[in-house]
Design a protein around this ligand. Structure first.
Ligand SMILES: [Zn+2]
Length: 202
């Protein structure tokens, strides 16, 4: 029982994760569990479902602070590190930003959720130990998990060989390239995500 969520948007985070996985999730205090009577929705990502099961069953602690939206323009989604000036602890997830992403591209939003969870899980440690700080070590596997989720939900292949899934921000556009025909462009406006340009033909 080591997926923990706290903060003003904790229930909204759990509700969104339940929507994205199709799993019945229960928030009891800070602890998230999968209800024993949950059903596996075959139309949601198996990778994302498995990731939730894996985290919940693992002794290492993933502890998430859930808030509404990023308090600074140019940021969205989550903060791995603490931002004391903005009064946000490490592992802050901006649930409203992910809800917005879901409105713009439900598939992209599920990939982003998987990215965040994989990253935090990579840094998770047993109770009483400080979680990992080497962000890049956790970000790289997270982009791969994200790509797998989007690939499952679109039926399009991810990059293979020497090309790996990648993401990069150019000014106000965050590009996430998962495969040869699987590129998303997230356009940041003054109030968070303005639009998501999906791959052609989806
Ligand atoms: Zn990352």
């Amino acid at each position: 029982m080591t997926l923990q969520v706290y903060g003003p948007w904790a229930q909204q985070f759990v509700d969104l994760l339940a929507k994205f996985t199709g799993l019945r999730l229960v928030l009891n205090g800070e602890a998230v569990t999968v209800s024993p009577d949950t059903l596996l929705n075959p139309f949601e990502s198996e990778t994302l479902q498995d990731l939730v099961f894996e985290i919940v069953a693992n002794p290492n602690v993933v502890r998430i602070a859930a808030f509404s939206t990023a308090p600074r323009p140019g940021f969205f989604g989550d903060w791995f590190r603490a931002h004391p000036a903005d009064h946000r602890p490490r592992r802050t997830v901006f649930v409203g930003d992910l809800q917005r992403a879901d409105e713009l591209s439900s598939i992209c939003a599920r990939g982003l959720m998987g990215h965040i969870l994989r990253e935090y899980f990579g840094a998770a440690r047993p109770p009483g130990q400080e979680p990992g700080r080497a962000f890049a070590n956790y970000h790289v596997p997270a982009i791969h998990t994200e790509a797998e989720i989007v690939s499952e939900l679109t039926g399009r292949p991810i990059w293979t060989g020497s090309t790996r899934p990648w993401e990069h921000t150019y000014g106000k556009i965050n590009v996430r390239s998962y495969g040869p025909a699987l590129k998303y462009q997230l356009v940041l406006g003054a109030n968070g995500l303005a639009r998501i340009i999906e791959p052609a033909g989806l």
